[in-house]
Design a protein around this ligand. Sequence first.
Ligand code: SF4
Length: 300
Amino acid sequence: MPYFGIPTFATLLVHYRLGHSMSLGVAIIDTTCRCNLSCSVCYYKRHKSTKELSLSEWKIKLLELKKKGTAFVTWTGGEPLLRPEVIELGRRIFPFNTVFTNGTNPIPDWQDVVFYVSIDGTKTSYEKIRGKQYETVKSTIRNSSQPVIVTMVINKVNKKCIENYLDEWLKEPNVRAVAFSFYTGSETTGYDELLLRDGELQKIVERLKKAKRKYGESLIMTEKMADLFLPQNRLRAVGLRCVVKSFTCLDAEGKNKLPCSMTNSNCERCGQFIPYAFTSIFQRGDIELVNLVRKLWIRV
Ligand code: SF4
């Protein structure tokens, strides 16, 4: 496991303070444009391209990124574990790698990689949103050679089950922690029946803060970060100077995604984890979150 210590954090801070023209050494890469599921919350479903870089083309691209200072890579998709060979290549090039998977494929034995498994709710909500593979995903986690982080996109369908979700998944020995984000919606596909209204958001933020007091470090969020999800903070505090716009965001063809990995999304409604975590750390001085993030890379 690479060392994520004070020097690494200081480097990120200096990059951030120097301005958003620098990439902060962070890249978000669509490993593949294919997925074996078709979830209603997925922003990627509107992406129609089927073209992907070959492994040798990725090698050239990834080495270029490394030369430009990229150190932190988040592998998404599509379902990234449909192309494990691309990540296998990337983990030999970059020190910090995170994979977001739907949990339907076995988790490779890569002890230097942090895995997030997307599970949008307890069984009933999950099946409405993602389909019938809840037990398969649970088996994947139980059979994983390393503990994972489970992650839920909060939306209208699953909003009631947050506390039950925490109770259920944090009992699993192979679950290290839980992370939440909010459903963002899309300008083009209009799954708006899943979007939360402002009043609902406010209540959920309070519930998350209460859960944080109960579950401590098992919930990767701080009260400071939770407050950023309030409707009045989304655009003003996060979206207008969103750090993700400065990341290198690539699609499966290796092309830049603009303005961010979400493409076409509305910053006012954005509920992604990463912009809120970075804003909390770099604008609000959220040391508690820094320590939580460090522990993701330093197994304690
Ligand atoms: S949609 Fe979200 S991630 Fe993209 S620029 Fe806006 S706030 Fe940032």
